[in-house]
Write a protein that binds this ligand. Structure first.
Ligand code: CP
Length: 313
């Protein structure tokens, strides 16, 4: 996939494979700068007059809400399409035509879709940049970036990290995007813990092996909890499987207070959310937990940074 290499203006953001280390640095510097400005109460008008369409074919709270907040905090406007019930998609309008419609009204489209590859399909016909806000079991690149920023800020580094990814690694797109980003850094150890029916896809395992990063597969969180710097919990993607299979997989891996307290002092607990019981609520007050705070809030600043970079020269 073609790298951004500093050329953000009018770029589609479809996969984390597009980012170089220097691109990540550019996004993070701007995101941190925006955090400071927002938290100091400064009004920002960097994207005044620009419009974002948030076109979400699948449910979302965080990505939808934070893309809209990001554009509004930059002084821009939004066309919020959450769900297809009240758009002409419900009358049978194709994805391609829907993209052409909103490209007439807006400068950029953030799109979530149930089909893997839908973001590329949209980009192929769109005269305005497409930001992939999650495409089926494919990728969720802006989530990958916000996860990476959270790790960098909390651990103070991106090299020499042992991360355990736990849960539905086959259908959970956030772990695909984050894994690809971590491959840009040195001395990364991945421990994958998933139900046998939902392992990390071979295509991603191949990428990990290619750069020489270490892979471990474990069947229980307790086996590695004392060794890791990051635990990345995920839910089982109920909507992408047969209900019988979901029943077999749900509640297989749960991070509770007893387990969380065994983690290294400076380690962190991430989850892209929503959680469906994978982290018990008592873990929320553990100082290692960042999923309801730092991680989630970083999404808005990363999306502000990307919108600004893509929409201005
Ligand atoms: N993390 C994430 O994608 O959450 P939403 O599905 O609520 O957008």
């Amino acid at each position: 996939m073609k790298k951004i290499n500093g050329r953000f203006y009018k770029q589609n953001i479809l996969s984390t494979e597009q980012f170089t280390k220097s691109d990540i640095d550019t996004v993070f510097k701007l995101a941190i700068n925006y955090r400071k400005k927002v938290e100091s109460g400064k009004a920002i008008t960097d994207l005044k007059g620009k419009i974002l369409t948030a076109l979400f074919y699948e449910p979302s709270s965080r990505t939808f809400g934070s893309f809209i907040a990001a554009m509004q905090r930059l002084g821009g406007g939004v066309i919020p399409i959450q769900g297809i019930t009240f758009s002409s998609v419900s009358k049978g309008e194709t994805l391609e035509d829907t993209i052409r419609v909103f490209a007439n009204y807006s400068d950029v489209i953030a799109m979530r879709h149930n089909e893997t590859g839908a973001a590329q399909k949209a980009a192929d016909v769109s005269p305005v940049p497409i930001l992939n806000a999650g495409d089926g079991v494919g990728e969720h690149p802006t989530q990958g970036l916000l996860d990476l920023l959270t790790i960098k800020e909390r651990l103070g580094r991106l090299d020499k990290i042992h991360i355990a990814m736990v849960g539905d690694l086959k259908y959970g797109r956030t772990v695909h995007s984050l894994t690809k980003l971590l491959l840009l850094f040195q001395n990364i150890t991945f421990t994958f813990i998933s139900p046998p029916l939902s392992p990390m896809p071979d295509e991603i395992l191949k990428m990990v092996r290619k750069v020489g990063a270490k892979i471990q597969k474990k069947s229980a969180i307790v086996d590695i909890i004392k060794d890791i710097d990051v635990i990345y919990m995920t839910r089982i993607q109920k909507e992408r499987m047969d209900p019988k299979i979901y029943k077999k997989m749900k509640n297989m891996f749960i991070l509770d207070a007893k387990l969380a307290n065994k983690m290294k002092k400076n380690s962190i607990i991430l989850h892209p959310l929503p959680r469906i019981g994978e982290i018990t609520t008592e873990v929320d007050k553990n100082p290692r937990s960042v999923y309801l705070t730092h991680q989630m809030r970083s999404g808005m600043f990363v999306r502000m940074a990307l919108l600004k970079l893509i929409l201005t020269k």
